[in-house]
Design a protein around this ligand. Structure first.
Ligand code: TXA
Ligand code: MG
Length: 310
């Protein structure tokens, strides 16, 4: 059985993590499945709990940029981005320091590491209390929808992890932006909570990953973030046996991501609504078009992967 802990039980969660146990915790994006990143056994247990392929590296969470600088080599771009966006939904992929104490398994054996400082008071207090870097992928089974509340976490991981810290729903609802700074041009590996426009304003043009090259992790594979039912994109209306996930003013939607057409509101609802519609009474989920504006790009990225089913 997995314990459901209230936010005032952070000390208990921290003690479990220090003992090598797994604890799911809230961030501003989605719930993370945390384990001590310096403990090989804890990191191996994260991959096992999620059924995650070992080639897919984990993001390491820290309470501040100072702690991140102890793990990876910051350049001027990283300093600028951390000052502007941390704490917040941006993961920076940077070269590991030679003395980096993080388990090699956490980084899937790569010489880079993804680091992030989450903007959630419970996450930050937990990270400070643990005093160690915490590896945390999204707290779902591999390939499935990310969890935006503690009930989603328990639906997939009950009995596989020691505890979940429950602080209610996540404000942003879509995962962090992953930016690779190991090359000369910054490369956008995953669109997310910080928009490409915000990054371009600071850094200039971004490279996009080379999709002909070997994927760097299942997060970049076509099929991911998937409900059980088939997903049909850019639908104008639903077929009789389909659920309709709406966006903008539309009376016919089964659920509407944002009747006002606001991509920020839509991102916050995306995974919870896909879960809610993923029921045997429907034959599929039809999704109305969502403009690529702001968080719309990250929403459409997840929806395309949900629809891919390869
Ligand atoms: O918002 C988030 O980022 C959430 C919360 C819990 O922080 N975490 C999350 O982790 O979404 P995960 O494991 O579900 O997704 C991490 C993504 C994967 O696509 C992985 O391949 C990529 O980040 N990634 C991590 N480290 C990397 C590295 N060193 N090089 C390239 N990609 C990396
Ligand atoms: Mg994930």
């Amino acid at each position: 059985m997995t314990d459901r802990l209230a936010p005032h039980q952070i000390a208990r969660a921290a003690a479990l993590l220090r003992a090598g146990e797994l604890v799911a915790f809230p961030t501003e994006t989605v719930y993370g499945l945390g384990g001590d990143a310096t403990n090989d056994r804890a990191v191996a247990a994260i991959f096992a709990a999620k059924d995650r392929p070992h080639v897919n590296p984990l993001i390491v969470h820290l309470p501040g940029a100072a702690e991140a600088r102890g793990l990876v080599v910051f350049d001027a771009r990283a300093e600028q981005l951390a000052a502007r966006f941390w704490p917040g939904p941006l993961t920076l992929v940077l070269p590991r320091r030679a003395d980096c104490p993080v388990s090699l398994l956490a980084g899937a054996g790569l010489d880079s590491l993804g680091v992030r400082v989450p903007a959630h008071p419970v996450a930050l207090e937990l990270l400070r209390a643990v005093g160690r870097p915490i590896a945390a992928p999204s707290a779902n089974r591999s390939g499935r929808l990310s969890p935006t509340d503690a009930t989603h976490v328990l639906a997939e991981l009950d009995g596989r992890i020691a505890a979940v810290l429950d602080a209610g729903p996540c404000a942003i609802g879509i995962e962090s932006t992953v930016l690779d700074l190991t090359g000369t041009q910054p490369c956008l590996l995953r669109p997310g909570g910080v928009t490409a426009a915000e990054l371009t304003a600071l850094l200039g043009p971004l490279a996009l990953p080379d999709h002909d090259a070997a994927p760097r992790g299942p997060g970049m594979l076509a099929s991911h973030y998937a409900p059980t039912l088939p997903v049909r994109l850019d639908a104008v209306s639903a077929r009789p046996d389909e659920a309709l996930l709406g966006f903008g003013p539309d009376a016919g939607a089964t659920l509407n991501l944002s009747p006002a057409g606001d991509p920020v509101e839509a991102a916050a609802h995306l995974f919870a609504y896909l879960r809610a519609l993923d029921r045997p009474e429907f034959a599929g989920i039809a999704v109305m078009p969502i403009p690529e504006l702001g968080l719309g790009a990250a929403i459409n990225d997840r929806l395309r992967r949900a629809a891919a089913r390869v």
